[in-house]
Each structure stands twice: as structure tokens, then as C-alpha cells.
Design a protein around this ligand. Structure first.
Ligand SMILES: NC(=O)C1=CN([C@@H]2O[C@H](COP(=O)(O)OP(=O)(O)OC[C@H]3O[C@@H](n4cnc5c(N)ncnc54)[C@H](O)[C@@H]3O)[C@@H](O)[C@H]2O)C=CC1
Ligand SMILES: O=C(O)[C@H]1O[C@H](OP(=O)(O)OP(=O)(O)OC[C@H]2O[C@@H](n3ccc(=O)[nH]c3=O)[C@H](O)[C@@H]2O)[C@H](O)[C@@H](O)[C@@H]1O
Length: 448
């Protein structure tokens, strides 16, 4: 099939590459000329495991092409995917300007029937707006062409995007039109061989399913972080509690890791946007409000622990901290809403210096913060420790899991670790003379 995808970000590029990989012909359109030029040369703008080879191979085979020309894009695909950003507006609602702009482009250029598939995460009712934008352009051109608007939200995770797309848990398709459903079944047939993963529903339900999934996942995390803070005060260890509750199949072990808060481009913005949508229809979503508030507080948890250890914010001036993990999670270079940023910025505000290392997000950190006297980007994990007062872990990259603690003790000025992801064993470290602070590990810290 011939597919056009508007937007070559995490979702658009992964979708394009994976659809081409199974044999479809894909044209990706982006307004960012530099990005399109780099993609044509096989340069991938993001770090995403497994993405580069499939982009290169399918581009070379001619099944995956890139352009900035919207008219060319609209002419190409029977299916027109919208996969552009929906960032938060000032009031927390989703900013739909990019989605609307693509819908207008489609209406402005189409000359034959199309199925417009929205993959961006959008508030309930956006499908109607997309339909109105396309129709508005057709009306202006005096054309009467048939088209359908389908919702097909994406559930991939950064860092595992290719695998998630190739082996989806479910494929949500929001349409009541039989022709669109047939087309979507044909499109996704290669991903649907083992058993039927396609769930067809009305468009509004599909739009809400996406927010419901992200809000539920964010709720699990905030719940665990709330419990972690409680465990700390009660002298319990949240890691034991996590395992204890995870063994109940109704709860499960997945996605209940406490930490220094959830980040990334989606949970923070989607929880906010759903909260905003609720308000618009006269419903106060108390739970969503709490999920967000707990997360915002959690991102400062490491700073609270650090201040407590040193006896207040003023005592941080002149100190140097080694910081491992800048990306908002492992296996990505994405730093959008990363907890590390809250930690670094608070340390700088208190007059401390940071020696940071991340396996993939160093360039992104440089791009965001530029050159600063109080930030040293170090080439290796171990180099970041040299002469620092203590270590802070913000992201649980695999290579941080089993460091040589004896060697670390020689590099650091004090044997102190602030572990925002509970990677290490407090008992073992205590035996080796370390001062260890984790999240919700009441046994390892002085109780207030
Ligand atoms: N990042 C993720 O892991 C996931 C994101 N989503 C959702 O998917 C949507 C896209 O997210 P990302 O891929 O992360 O965004 P992104 O910000 O990485 O990429 C968006 C791309 O769209 C391009 N663009 C903007 N206007 C355009 C236009 N008129 N025509 C063509 N291209 C245009 C931008 O230049 C950019 O390259 C969002 O709604 C997001 O919430 C959904 C699931 C996972
Ligand atoms: O809509 C989206 O964009 C995507 O958002 C999330 O994916 P992503 O943000 O890439 O990453 P996650 O693995 O979900 O992690 C999000 C944040 O939660 C944190 N987290 C995750 C799991 C956990 O148990 N505890 C925890 O603190 C991570 O450290 C990270 O900061 C969802 O998992 C995807 O299904 C969804 O498609």
C-alpha cells in the first residue's frame, strides 16, 4: 500500500520505517528541511535502538522516502497519517496547531479520495476538527471528494519504539466506516498474524483510550512514589513492598517502580491535557490532579535528600556532584521533562557544580544548557566521579547497575550515593561503609 506520514519525529519516523520494513511504500513529510535532508543521507535525528538500520535499508530499497513537499505527500498515499507533535499549551491543554495545519494541507492538495489517520495523541473530538479542516479546504476549492478520518493512537515507548511497533499489544482503530476499517486491517495485517490485535471502536473512544492508557500508567507511578515517601517515614523499604504487591496478579510487577518522577514528552503533557479536557466538560478530575502534583513533588525528592544530608540548601554551595543519567529514561537521548533537569537546575541554583554522564544524552544536554562553568560533561561514567563530593543517579541505564564500588570510593570525596532509581542494594552498600539514600528506602536513611 502507499502511505504518507506527516511528521518524522519519534512516532512518524518509527511508523514510516516499520511500515516500509513489512513491504509498504512510505513517503514521510516534514516541515523541518534540515531533518529531511539528514534523513535522506541516512542520518537519524534521534537515538532509538534498531531504528537506523531499517531507515537506511528501506530508504536504499526505495520503499521509504522523505520530502518537505506537502503536495507531493498528499498525492502519494491512499492513507495519510498525521504524526506531528501535540505539545502542551500554556493552560495545559494539547496544542493542536500542527495537527490542524496538516489537515489543512491534506484538504488543500487532495484530488482523490483519502483516508486520514490521526496517530498524534489528541483530545477527544479532534477527529471532528480534522474532518472540518479538510472539508473547509475542499469547500474553498469547490471540490466534492470523499474522505474519512480515523483515529489510530500510538502506544510505543521511546527506547523500545521499533520493537513496540513491530509487536504491538493492541492496534486501536477508531472508525465506524467499513471501507476505512478494511484498509486499516490490510495495512496492519503484517503485524497481526499471530492473533488479532486490532480493536475497532468509535473514533472518540479510540481518542480517549490513548489518554486513559497514559493516565493509568502515570497513576501507577505516582501511587508508588506516594507509597515510597510514606515507606521512608515509616522505616519500611518500598522495594520489598513493590515485590510484595507485584506478586498479586491483579496488580502485577510491571510499571510500579518508584523513582525520582516520571518524565518524557508524554506522561506529563497527557495527564495535564486529560485533566484540562475534563474541566472543559465540567468535571473536576481530582485523581489526575493528584497524579501530577505527586510527580512534580517527586522530581525534587533527590534534592530534598541531598539537602537533608548536607544540612540545608546553603551547604550545597561549592560542592560538586557526579550525576549519572540525563535522559528521562534509559535507551533514549530524549531529555524532555527529564527529572535530571530538575535536579541539576536546583543544584546550580544552590551554587553547586555538576559532573554529568549519560550514554546517549550528552549532545542533547549540551544543546539545552550550552557551555556553563557549573556543568562538566564527562566522557565516561567513571570520569564523572573524579573529585566529586557524592554520586546522584537519575536514570537507570544498564551500565550503571554494577559499578566497581571500591574504585568509586577512590574517586569520590565522600562515600555517598543518592539513588533516584533504587538501583543499588542499601544493605550491601552500608556494609561497605557507604552512605546510601534511595527512594522510599526507610531502612537506609535517618527518619525525620
Ligand atoms: N514520543 C513518543 O514516544 C510518543 C508520542 N506520541 C504522540 O505522537 C505525536 C508525535 O510525537 P513525537 O513523534 O514524539 O513528536 P516530535 O516532536 O518528535 O516530532 C514531530 C514532528 O512533526 C513535524 N511537523 C510539525 N508540523 C508539521 C507539518 N505541518 N507537516 C509535517 N511535519 C510537521 C516536526 O517538524 C517534527 O519533526 C504526539 O502527539 C505525541 O504525544 C504517541 C506515542 C508515543
Ligand atoms: O504516549 C507516549 O508517548 C508513550 O508514553 C509512555 O512511553 P515513554 O514516555 O516513552 O516511556 P515510559 O517507559 O512509559 O516511561 C515514562 C517515564 O516513567 C518513568 N517510570 C516508568 C515505569 C516505572 O515503573 N516507573 C517510572 O518512574 C520512567 O522513568 C520515565 O521517566 C508509554 O509507556 C507509552 O505506551 C506511550 O506510547
Amino acid at each position: 500500500m502507499k502511505i504518507t506520514i506527516f511528521g518524522t519525529g519519534y512516532v512518524g519516523l518509527v511508523t514510516g520505517a516499520c511500515l516500509a520494513e513489512v513491504g509498504h511504500n512510505v513517503l514521510c513529510v516534514d516541515v523541518d528541511q534540515g531533518k529531511v535532508e539528514r534523513l535522506k543521507q541516512g542520518i537519524i535525528p534521534i537515538y532509538e535502538p534498531g531504528l537506523e538500520p531499517i531507515v537506511r535499508e528501506n530508504h536504499a530499497s526505495g520503499r521509504l522516502a522523505f520530502t518537505t513537499d506537502a503536495a507531493e505527500g498528499v498525492a502519494f498515499g491512499d492513507i495519510q497519517f498525521i504524526a506531528v507533535g501535540t505539545p502542551p499549551d500554556e493552560d495545559g491543554s494539547a496544542d493542536l496547531q500542527y495537527v490542524r495545519a496538516v489537515a489543512r494541507s491534506i484538504g488543500a492538495h487532495m484530488t482523490t479520495s483519502k483516508v486520514v489517520v490521526n496517530k498524534s495523541t489528541v483530545p477527544v473530538g479532534t477527529g471532528d476538527q480534522v474532518r472540518a479542516e479538510v472539508q473547509g479546504q475542499l469547500d474553498q476549492r469547490g471540490l466534492s471528494l470523499t474522505f474519512d478520518v480515523v483515529s489510530n493512537p500510538e502506544f510505543l515507548k521511546e527506547g523500545a519504539a521499533v520493537n513496540d511497533f513491530m509487536k504491538p499489544d493492541r492496534i486501536i482503530v477508531g472508525t465506524t466506516d467499513p471501507h476505512s476499517e478494511r484498509l486499516m486491517r490490510e495495512l496492519y495485517a503484517p503485524f497481526n498474524r499471530n492473533h488479532d490485535r486490532m480493536l475497532v471502536m468509535d473514533l472518540r473512544s479510540a481518542e480517549l483510550t490513548k489518554y486513559a492508557a497514559n493516565a493509568m500508567l502515570a497513576t501507577k507511578i505516582s501511587f508508588m512514589n506516594e507509597l515510597a515517601n510514606l515507606a521512608e517515614r515509616l522505616g519500611a523499604d518500598i522495594e520489598q513492598v513493590r515485590i510484595g504487591i507485584g506478586s498479586d496478579p491483579r496488580i502485577g510487577y510491571h510499571f510500579i517502580y518508584p523513582g525520582c518522577g516520571y518524565g518524557g514528552s508524554c506522561f506529563p503533557k497527557d495527564v495535564q491535557a486529560l485533566h484540562r479536557t475534563a474541566r472543559e466538560v465540567g468535571y473536576e478530575a481530582t485523581l489526575l490532579d493528584a497524579v501530577e502534583a505527586v510527580n512534580n513533588r517527586q522530581k525534587s525528592r533527590l534534592i530534598d535528600l541531598i539537602q537533608r544530608h548536607y544540612g540545608g540548601a546553603a551547604a550545597l554551595a561549592g560542592k560538586t556532584f557526579a550525576l549519572w543519567g540525563l535522559a528521562f529514561k534509559p535507551n533514549t537521548d530524549d531529555m524532555r521533562a527529564a527529572p535530571s533537569r530538575v535536579v541539576m537546575e536546583a543544584l546550580w541554583a544552590a551554587g553547586a557544580r555538576v559532573q554529568a554522564f549519560d550514554p546517549e544524552a550528552m549532545e542533547e544536554t549540551q544543546r539545552i544548557y550550552g557551555q556553563r562553568d557549573d556543568l562538566m560533561l564527562c566522557g565516561t561514567r567513571d570520569a564523572a566521579l573524579k573529585g566529586a563530593d557524592a554520586l546522584i543517579v537519575c536514570t537507570e541505564w544498564k551500565s550503571f547497575r554494577a559499578p566497581d564500588f571500591a574504585l568509586m570510593a577512590e574517586s569520590l570525596r565522600e562515600k555517598t550515593i543518592f539513588d533516584g532509581r533504587n538501583v543499588y542494594d542499601p544493605q550491601r552498600l552500608a556494609e561497605q561503609g557507604w552512605r546510601y539514600y534511595g527512594i522510599g528506602r526507610g531502612l537506609s536513611v535517618d527518619r525525620p
